[in-house]
Design a protein. Structure first.
Length: 250
């Protein structure tokens, strides 16, 4: 486990590492680059570089932390990858249930597996379930798959946003994160694409979080992502679905 620089979480927990590409959002995968770098450094758990690997020894890690923490699960993988067994996912969710003080954010591009896996299982109350939405062809259909699953919080990671997503049905979606791409080969994000998602999220009652412009600023100039900042439509957007969670608990 490690503290995270990702703006919408606090720590990362990677009970699996490695993945395979399934859609255009994967083209410049930061996790793949990082895994190879960690392997070259001799970091434990990255002996297989970016080949999908389950790590049973990491399953108890969150139990060692008593302070309530928000965990992004598998920042270096996809928990619902086809090579991750149902039994292992069950063990990950068992850890979530044993640590109700924590919040777990699980994000996947394998949205079609969600309604199948949870057909006879409940999503733990402290698990936020999300899907990646980068374009119309691959990303937008994942929203309907996510909506089939009963979860206290359903969220979208619209990052990297690669095109105008058009009209979105955000019924049952509680949180929408938008971000541009960073790193080598990053593709630019149009301000109009990002703002369209913001407007629709607000109109349909979803909390909105703007993560970053990435390598390309709203002016179309490539520069350091920190220099491009995090403002959209004249301000920062750091909303979390806290009221939704509180209402569910009440």
């Amino acid at each position: 486990m490690a503290e995270s620089s990702i703006e919408w979480t606090e720590h990362t927990w990677n009970p699996t590492t490695g993945c395979t590409k399934v859609s255009p959002g994967c083209k410049h995968c930061y996790a793949e680059v990082m895994a190879r770098r960690l392997a070259a450094m001799g970091a434990a758990g990255y002996e297989n570089e970016f080949q999908l690997t389950m790590h049973p020894s990491r399953l108890r890690q969150p139990l060692q932390r008593k302070a309530p923490t928000m965990y992004f699960v598998n920042s270096m993988s996809d928990l619902f990858h086809e090579d991750v067994t149902d039994a292992f996912i069950d063990r990950v969710l068992a850890t979530c249930r044993k640590t109700p003080q924590h919040t777990y954010q699980i994000l996947t591009k394998r949205a079609e597996r969600l309604p199948v896996f949870f057909a006879k299982r409940l999503v733990p109350d402290n698990v936020w379930l999300g899907v990646s939405v980068e374009d119309r062809r691959y990303g937008v259909p994942r929203i309907a798959q996510l909506r089939k699953v009963q979860a206290r919080v359903r969220f979208l990671s619209v990052e990297p946003l690669l095109e105008d997503l058009g009209s979105l049905n955000l019924r049952g979606i509680h949180w929408v994160i938008v971000g541009g791409e960073s790193g080598h080969g990053a593709r630019p994000m149009s301000p109009e694409w990002a703002d369209s998602v913001r407007v629709q999220a607000q109109a349909q009652g979803a909390a909105f979080f703007f993560k970053q412009w990435g390598a390309w600023g709203p002016d179309g100039v490539r520069r350091n992502k920190k220099s491009n900042g995090r403002e959209l439509a004249g301000r920062r957007w750091d909303q979390f679905p806290v009221r939704i969670v509180a209402a569910a608990v009440a």
